[in-house]
Ligand binder design. Structure first.
Ligand SMILES: Cc1cc2nc3c(=O)[nH]c(=O)nc-3n(C[C@H](O)[C@H](O)[C@H](O)COP(=O)(O)O)c2cc1C
Length: 337
């Protein structure tokens, strides 16, 4: 036996573990510093200058306007802050994209604002708080859009009856984020069926770090979503699932983000499985601050060794529901070579 191996055998395991953890912590500190630098340089700060950053912010604010269209009762005047940001960002986008009229993000903004204007005009509201924000060119585009039908999607419960049998390509096209549900409760068995289907999801060397918690208690769901903050304006869903990843599955600093990859893959399988089982669902972010992270851990009894991936709200489809479509980029934006 080598000297090194002999020394190792004589040392107490607690000492070896402490040393290994210290080494990992040093590497982690270096790697996180690189992550931090990379993120701080690239992220879409409010005063950003790149086209992609501006488009990301625009999509975020346009989404706030569009979400209002899916509430059971439309709230007039909602989203004034978002309107200001859209006006500012659209003007800046025009300066960096010479082809701005064909820009899909600009076109989407115009469609949403057209619908926003149409609803306010139809209800005889004063619309100067909208029209005063935009330059003549954009206002013209918005007014034109307000006279056309807004491209929303009408979903019917009966369209989902054969979900278990449709080809995967069709299932992908059928799935949409649904935030309002019928009053029918969701059973644990229904959710377990979808989770069982998701167990086939691949993970790094099959370590399977994803974990799922099911909540059906209305009070607990409301409290969790209040902390989450991204479900305002909708009734609490009949069921809420929390997907996490267990960091105990990982072996070193280079694997520090793998839980998010494996957990994300699992969550996507789960969303398709729910659709296949005929259940309506919406992924909900768990992009917590330190405070909301702590509050959520206490409320839902999540230990420190798990990281949050996302919530998924679940319910049964209503007889019909109208949802706003989420336009996707074309291959030209995604395929890099
Ligand atoms: C990780 C993740 C987090 C999300 N968080 C929220 C959220 O907090 N609130 C919300 O209303 N929608 C949320 N969504 C839903 C997205 O807005 C929606 O999936 C997107 O607009 C695409 O629409 P689609 O799912 O209908 O195709 C989230 C989606 C994902 C994938």
């Amino acid at each position: 036996m080598s000297l090194k191996a002999t020394v190792k055998q004589l040392l107490p395991n607690s000492w070896i573990l402490k040393r290994q953890r210290m080494k990992a912590a040093i590497q982690l500190r270096k790697d996180v510093r690189t992550d931090r630098r990379r993120f701080a340089k690239a992220y879409a700060a409010p005063a950003c200058v790149s086209q992609t950053q501006m488009e990301s912010l625009l999509i975020f604010f346009v989404r706030q306007i569009e979400k209002g269209f899916s509430f059971d009762e439309y709230q007039f005047g909602r989203g004034k802050g978002a309107l200001h940001n859209i006006a500012d960002l659209s003007a800046r986008l025009k300066m960096v994209d010479t082809n701005w009229r064909d820009n899909p993000v600009y076109k989407d903004a115009v469609l949403a604002l057209g619908e926003y204007l149409r609803r306010h005009l139809a209800a005889e509201h004063d619309v100067t708080f909208i029209t005063s924000l935009f330059d003549a060119e954009m206002l013209d585009d918005i007014e034109h859009a307000s006279k056309r039908d807004y491209p929303s999607i009408e979903l019917s419960k009966t369209d989902k009856l054969d979900n278990a049998d449709v080809p995967f390509r069709e299932l992908i096209e059928r799935r949409h984020a649904i935030r309002s549900y019928s009053e029918q409760p969701v059973t644990r068995e229904e959710l377990e069926e979808a989770i069982t289907m998701s167990l086939h999801t691949p993970s790094v060397c099959n370590r399977q770090p994803a974990r799922v918690r099911i909540f059906t208690d209305a009070k607990q769901i409301s409290e969790a979503l209040k902390i989450q903050g991204g479900f305002g304006g909708y009734d609490a869903p009949p069921a809420l699932m929390l997907i996490t990843a267990d960091l105990q599955a990982f072996m070193g600093s280079n694997e520090r983000n793998e839980g998010y990859v494996d957990g994300g893959l699992f969550s996507m399988s789960l969303l398709y499985a729910l659709e296949s089982c005929g259940l309506a669902a919406c992924p909900l972010n768990t992009m917590f601050s330190q405070e909301t992270d702590r509050k959520t851990r206490v409320l839902l009894h999540v230990p420190e060794n798990e990281v949050f991936i996302m919530y998924i709200s679940v319910g049964h489809f209503r007889e019909t529901s109208r949802i706003c479509r989420s336009q996707r980029f074309g291959l030209d934006r995604i395929l890099m070579n």
